[in-house]
Design a protein around this ligand. Structure first.
Ligand code: SF4
Length: 355
């Protein structure tokens, strides 16, 4: 029988499962869950359980973290950006990135899929295609590895690693509940961000979950249908008008500010007309914050990285039009940990060769 992964459950879910599966020792479920989540170990004996009850726990439940294959770091003004490559139980690999946010605070960028089927033109992961979804416990495992194996002092979590989070909505939404669980990891919703290409069914589903303080950001990258369809094939299925409509009705709280991520690609989406198109796209969306991300050339660049003057000029056009804009300082470029650089395009071929 397949054992149940403890770290894929909330505290209350583990209590329920343990009651069902264990004749004895289920009363320790709450403490075992906290031990796994807060200490990164599964050792019922250390909590005072007898030999038989411990064996029963180990026969029904598991706590296995992926192996850390490599960790590479790139130092910057606010601290080091580090990328960890993790090997999953089936040999496939995912990447998580620890990003310094200043004042000793770090954000962990987690993956939600191995590869991605969205095929955005500027993204390394998109070139892999989708190999598979990550389960809830594989998503949570990235946080536990970061905290307990690598000692990274993670404060915020953003679903912006490999994969389109809302293409794996069921597992991602469950992972949000596990992360937010007061009796477990207790990471506040305001410290969690879902980033999506604009998966409208996923946004509607997220809206129905009642997460009042969760952050949401969308990757816009072009505000005309023709260019966006070229850069982001999802736009051929859901155009900007449909995306705008679903975003305009996404209002989890009164002071909610939607994140608009815009990867600035020189010669592709960096004209004054592009800036004007962003402004009119954002106009009906209420409060927004544009995150301007300088393009990071990957293994098959579609352009170069923008110069600082080009970034400033573009930001100026947006601010003049009244938009709140923040430049996302590029971090981790030298270790391929920056936005759009995660992923191993050869993974599909490698898997086919080993099958
Ligand atoms: S940018 Fe995100 S959604 Fe697009 S291909 Fe890359 S991982 Fe997938």
């Amino acid at each position: 029988m397949v054992r149940v992964a403890i770290h894929g459950l909330t505290n209350a879910e583990l209590v329920q499962r343990a009651r069902k599966l264990l004749p004895r020792g289920h009363g320790f479920a709450r403490r075992i869950h906290r031990q796994v989540m807060l200490e990164g170990r599964f050792c019922p004996a250390s909590l005072g359980l007898g030999r038989e009850a411990c064996a029963a726990w180990h026969s029904k439940f598991s706590f296995d973290l992926p192996e850390v294959v490599t960790v590479r770091s790139d130092s910057g003004d606010h601290g080091a950006t580090s990328k960890a490559v993790l090997r999953l139980h089936d040999g496939l690999e995912v990447e998580s990135v620890c990003i310094p946010m200043g004042r000793g605070r770090y954000t962990l960028c987690v993956s939600s899929q191995v590869g991605c089927k969205m095929r955005c033109a500027f993204c390394e992961t998109g070139r892999m295609g989708l190999l598979r979804h990550l389960s809830t416990e594989e998503i949570i495992a990235q946080v536990l590895v970061a905290r307990h194996r690598l000692g990274w002092p993670i404060r915020n979590i953003v679903f912006m690693g490999m994969g389109e989070a809302l293409d794996n909505a069921e597992n991602v939404i469950h992972a949000l509940r596990v992360l937010n669980d007061e009796a477990g990891l207790a990471i506040g919703q305001e410290r969690l961000t879902i980033c999506t290409v604009g998966h409208v069914e996923g946004i509607r589903l997220l809206d129905r979950q009642g997460f009042k303080r969760l952050n949401l950001s969308i990757s816009l990258n072009a505000a005309s249908d023709s260019l966006r369809s070229e850069l982001m094939p999802i736009n051929r299925r859901t155009n900007l008008a449909a995306l705008q409509e679903v975003l305009a009705s996404y209002r989890p709280r009164r002071n909610f500010a939607l994140g608009i991520n815009y990867c600035l690609i020189p010669g592709v989406n960096d004209t004054e007309e592009d800036a004007r198109a962003i402004t009119s796209f954002c106009q009906p969306l209420g409060r927004v914050l544009v995150n301007l991300i300088p393009y990071n050339p990957g293994s098959q660049p579609i352009s170069r990285a923008p110069e600082e003057a080009e970034i400033e000029r573009f930001i100026g056009w947006l601010r003049d039009a009244g938009l709140a804009v923040r430049e996302r300082v590029t971090k981790g470029r030298s270790v391929m940990a920056a936005c759009g650089q995660l992923g191993n395009p050869d993974a599909r071929a490698q898997r086919a060769a080993s099958a």
